[in-house]
Design a protein around this ligand. Structure first.
Ligand code: ATP
Ligand code: MG
Length: 458
């Protein structure tokens, strides 16, 4: 505020010698609806301010509030150190080793509290490509603002005074629906190539256009992502896929030439006619669930993204003489091995993926006890949803999906009727084929049916 007055009084010349202060916007200007602010975020900023610290809601939450959208989570920035923050709250946990943040927990909601970071990019240790390796100094608020990625993500909101502090003309970019990197885009991408993915995510999610200077280096710099630790790429990729705008994000990724090297096989998958339809349907379904506030499982999502690669390899192993079930497991191994290198898919996720894939051939057995066993599977719902996608994409006959829909809904006697019904195109030879498959599987590994997830430890 004071700096802004000095700037006003002395004009631009003097202002160059002092750090430029933020533009201050009151409630009449920013028109944030206080109802959209989480009461817990208000509690956190209030408690910190009562203890004599600065505290603001920051980042994505302010951006969303300015857009009139209810933020999905709230981050708070403060000049209190993590230790000082922790002492003020009953349920507060310091997270992270390098740059510590504090999670203040209120039931289901976590407010993430971060101490202002210093602008250390110049002196920070970097790898040979210029990626900042350690960036863990505390700093002043204006420094914290500089090191954020986009102008629209660098605003601070004080719920008590209802004032927004805007350091980089974020409000103008919100109004023009423009995504603009703070500082020199090329340098900012080099420091942290994950920002390349973030551009795509925010542009697609918010429906913003990318400022030309922000867009221009993206293609050339895309290979720098290969240099980022897989776990970070995975985190950003997951945010992208769970954003409720995954389909738009992937289309944007392709447009910006960023799909290569992220999911190494995605491009190939999308170029196969059936694969593209399948992935599109899967992402559209995911987006709809996210927008309806329903849960989405990363395992299901990645299982869908990689399914056509699995299918291709599954067929290839069978063509080479492997039995169907072991062939499917071998295909899953191949695909997961390639992907885990790049994406650091966590164990829980790969286990879910294997489960969903391994269930698929079981849906084709519609006689005896098999359907009853399958229906008891802990991940039956995911497996069934996956089957429905396969039908909807044209990979399988819709009749199979409908049969399972009926079977799930049916009571005991109705199920017997369904089991007795001979599937279309599934002639008398089918049971014999199934017996053969089962014999082959038992010979190799024992009953895959019950042990699919543990059968092939990664
Ligand atoms: P969303 O609503 O999708 O979570 P967000 O803006 O909150 O969007 P986060 O990934 O949660 O995105 O990051 C929170 C804030 O931290 C951002 O708004 C930005 O200010 C800052 N930030 C996050 N990642 C980076 C990065 N790689 N470089 C610079 N600033 C970042
Ligand atoms: Mg966020």
């Amino acid at each position: 505020m004071i700096k802004k007055f000095i700037k006003r009084i002395f004009g631009g010349k003097e202002a160059e010698t002092i750090p430029v202060g933020p533009v201050t916007l009151g409630p009449q200007e920013h028109r944030i609806n206080p109802q959209l602010v989480s009461p817990n975020a208000v509690r956190v900023t209030q408690t910190l301010q009562d203890a004599g610290f600065k505290a603001f809601v920051v980042g994505g939450a302010v951006r969303d509030l300015l857009l009139g959208v209810k933020p999905k989570d709230f981050d708070v920035a403060t000049n209190a150190t993590p230790e000082q923050v922790k002492r003020l709250f009953r349920r507060a946990f310091i997270i992270g080793r390098r740059f510590q943040i504090v999670h203040v927990v209120f039931g289901q909601e976590i407010i993430e509290v971060t101490t202002f970071r210093g602008a250390s990019a110049e002196s920070a240790p970097k790898d040979e490509h210029g990626r900042v390796l350690r960036d863990n100094t505390f700093g002043e608020q204006h420094e914290d603002a500089v090191r954020r990625d986009f102008t629209i993500n660098a605003m601070y909101y004080d719920p008590a005074s209802q004032v927004v502090l805007d350091y980089h003309d974020g409000i103008a970019d919100i109004r023009n629906k423009t995504l603009r990197v703070i500082g020199v885009p090329e340098a900012r991408y080099r420091e942290d190539p994950v920002r390349l993915l973030r551009v795509v995510r925010f542009a697609a999610k918010l429906g913003f256009s990318i400022d030309p200077a922000t867009r221009e280096p993206i293609q050339v710099m895309a290979p720098l992502i290969n240099n980022v630790p897989a776990a970070r790429v995975f985190d950003e990729m997951l945010k992208l896929l769970m954003s409720g705008h995954a389909l738009a994000c992937l289309q944007q990724l392709r447009k910006e030439g960023l799909h290569h090297g992220l999911l190494p096989l995605l491009d190939v998958v999308l170029e196969q006619p059936l694969g593209e339809k399948f992935v599109t349907l899967a992402l559209a379904g995911t987006d709809q669930r996210v927008r309806e506030g329903k849960g989405v499982s990363p395992g299901f999502l990645f299982a869908a993204l990689l399914w056509h690669q699995v299918l291709e390899k599954w067929h290839a192993y069978q063509a080479a003489g492997e039995f169907p079930i072991p062939a499917l497991h071998l295909a899953a191994d191949d695909v997961l091995n390639t992907q885990t290198e790049k994406l650091a898919l966590q164990r829980k996720i790969t286990t879910d993926m294997r489960d969903i894939w391994a269930m698929q051939p079981r849906f084709e057995r519609r006689s005896g006890k098999s359907p009853y066993k399958l229906i008891e599977h802990p991940r039956m719902r995911a497996g069934y949803d996956f089957l429905m996608l396969r039908c909807a994409s044209g990979e399988l006959d819709q009749e199979l999906g409908d049969w399972w829909t009926d079977f799930i809904a049916a009571d005991g006697p109705e199920r017997e009727v369904l089991l007795a019904r001979k599937p279309k195109g599934d002639g008398d030879a089918a049971p014999a084929k199934k017996r053969r498959r089962r014999a082959g599987r038992n010979k190799r590994k024992g009953p895959a049916e019950e042990g699919a997830p543990t059968e092939n430890p990664t």
